[in-house]
Design a binder for this molecule. Structure first.
Ligand SMILES: NC(=O)c1ccc[n+]([C@@H]2O[C@H](COP(=O)([O-])OP(=O)(O)OC[C@H]3O[C@@H](n4cnc5c(N)ncnc54)[C@H](O)[C@@H]3O)[C@@H](O)[C@H]2O)c1
Length: 259
């Protein structure tokens, strides 16, 4: 399939576990891809591997000037921006609210929430110039309830949902659709390596066995939903939330004799 031959897609956190999967898939379906990330080494390597239709831009999503430069570089290289994927995100080291310092709170909110806000704010005029497009914000199943020890992350992802719905209302008549994906637990460094300042990774205590699809999510699981949402097949979908978690939010699955 080549659903994106006329599209230019900017993926933040585009060198990470999920981001790189998204970048590769859009590129394989014909898109120009812009890899936005703070990791310049991985970004340059991925862009080099993909070739002409790929560009790495050093983008710190929490920095407004960095956003302006990234969108300008995208339009200069490829003429237009038509899809924005706000994927960059970080986890807080596990701590009770009363033990969470303000700097940690601010850092997580800055990247996960303000980074998404700045992305929508900076990209919207470019998407409008292109005649419309799609924005997909990566939230989390942890943005649908409470999770002890993860208040900054949970709060940031809940807020991304409200931001998404508001952006969908504000940008709908400009032919710009805005949706969220809520991944469950996905096998990337995000869960296999400890968050900055944490002792242990989430993978050390998360067990998918009780759930309806008893395995970890893979980046490709999220990529498949993302490409659908960014494509014309999703033309009537905006302001909507897409849970991709193998049944995690449903709770433990029924165990039958055969299983
Ligand atoms: N892996 C999971 O279990 C899981 C579950 C739910 C949601 N998510 C969300 O999925 C998204 C992708 O996470 P992942 O699993 O690929 O993790 P990852 O750690 O592999 O990738 C995160 C990427 O974000 C980049 N990044 C960090 N700070 C940045 C900044 N200030 N500006 C630009 N880029 C920055 C990192 O360099 C990295 O490439 C995140 O928003 C995360 O919150 C992950």
């Amino acid at each position: 399939m080549s659903r994106f031959t006329t599209q230019t897609v900017l993926v933040t956190g585009g060198t990470g576990g999920q981001g790189a999967s998204h970048v590769r898939a859009f590129h394989a379906e014909g898109a120009n891809v812009v890899i936005g990330d703070i990791d310049a080494e991985r970004g340059a390597a991925l862009a080099g591997e993909l070739g002409d239709k790929a560009l790495f831009v050093r983008l710190d999503v929490a920095d407004e000037k960095s956003w302006a430069a990234a969108v300008a570089a995208t339009e200069e290289a490829f003429g237009a921006l038509t899809v924005l994927v706000n994927n960059a995100g970080v986890q807080n080291p596990p701590a009770l609210i009363e033990s969470t310092d303000r700097a940690t709170w601010a850092r997580i909110l800055d990247i996960n929430l303000t980074g998404t806000f700045l992305g929508i704010k900076t990209a919207a005029p470019a998407l409008r110039r292109a005649g419309g497009g799609a924005i997909v914000n990566i939230a989390s199943t942890m943005g649908t309830g409470g999770t002890a020890f993860y208040a900054p992350y949970v709060a940031s992802k809940w807020a991304v949902r409200g931001l998404t719905q508001t952006a969908a209302l504000e940008l709908g008549r400009d032919n710009i659709r805005v949706n969220t994906i809520h991944p469950g637990v996905v096998a990337t460094a995000f869960i296999t390596e400890p968050a900055a300042g944490a002792d242990a990774p989430i993978a050390d205590f998360y067990d998918p066995e009780p759930f309806a699809v008893p395995r970890l999510g893979q980046p490709a699981d999220i990529t498949a939903t993302l490409l659908f949402l960014a494509s014309p097949h999703a033309a009537f979908i905006t302001g909507a939330e897409h849970i991709v978690d193998g049944g995690l939010l449903l709770g433990p699955a029924l165990k039958n004799e055969a299983a």
